[in-house]
Design a protein around this ligand. Structure first.
Ligand code: GRF
Length: 197
């Protein structure tokens, strides 16, 4: 199974997935890493791992992509024969054209126990709400932000004295375990061939 990983940031989830593949825990390969930011750490990591990279054309918008750029994104994924798209810190909202090209084949990881704390900096939202635990969620991507069917979650305690940084770091450790586990389950059960719409 060929994965395409999309990210805008440092790429620690991508690195964890790569390590799972190397150790045989995840029966997949990463065919391409795509970013909307040419300075993203994830691209550097991909180059070090000799994985092809693509940088999306700069558009006019900050939080989403023009339909033409989404179409180019879909083309790149087809060109690299990607079966399953893995969003790992990709900071753009994907809309119709892309999801139509890859229906039910796009996964995302979010740093909260969805449906709680959707949107930005979910760990800060959890702290501000006085929650005693939070976590991370892997879900299918649909047209709403952070809302598609949930595939797996890991809980993380919120400890006395936690700062946004300490909590985010603990959530990321959980993410690094959860994402590969869920991708492996999706592949084993061939869930990407008939996903609930
Ligand atoms: C993760 O915390 C993930 O939950 C969120 O973006 C972050 C990506 O981090 N969607 P990294 O680039 O994988 O280190």
């Amino acid at each position: 199974v060929s994965l395409g990983v999309l990210g805008s940031g440092r790429g620690s989830n991508f690195a964890a997935i790569l390590a799972s593949i190397a150790s045989g825990r995840l029966a997949a390969s990463i065919s391409v890493v795509i970013s909307d930011r040419e300075d993203a750490g994830i691209l550097e990591l991909a180059r070090e791992a000799k994985i092809p990279t693509v940088v999306l054309r700069k558009g006019r918008f900050r939080t989403w992509l023009e339909p033409e750029i989404e179409e180019e994104l879909a083309q790149s994924l087809r060109q690299f024969r990607v079966d399953l798209v893995v969003l790992a810190g990709f900071l753009r909202v994907l809309k119709g054209p892309f999801l139509a090209a890859y229906p039910g084949r796009v996964l995302n990881i979010h740093p909260s126990l969805l449906p709680a704390f959707k949107g930005k900096e979910a760990w800060k939202q959890a702290l501000a709400a006085g929650a005693v635990e939070t976590g991370c969620t892997v879900h299918w991507v649909d047209l709403e932000v952070d809302s598609g069917p949930i595939l797996g979650q890991k809980k993380v305690p919120i400890l006395h004295g936690d700062t946004p940084e300490s909590l985010h770091a603990r959530i990321q450790e959980a993410e690094h375990l959860l994402y590969s586990e869920v991708i492996q389950r999706v592949i084993e059960r061939k869930l990407w061939q008939g996903i609930p719409s």
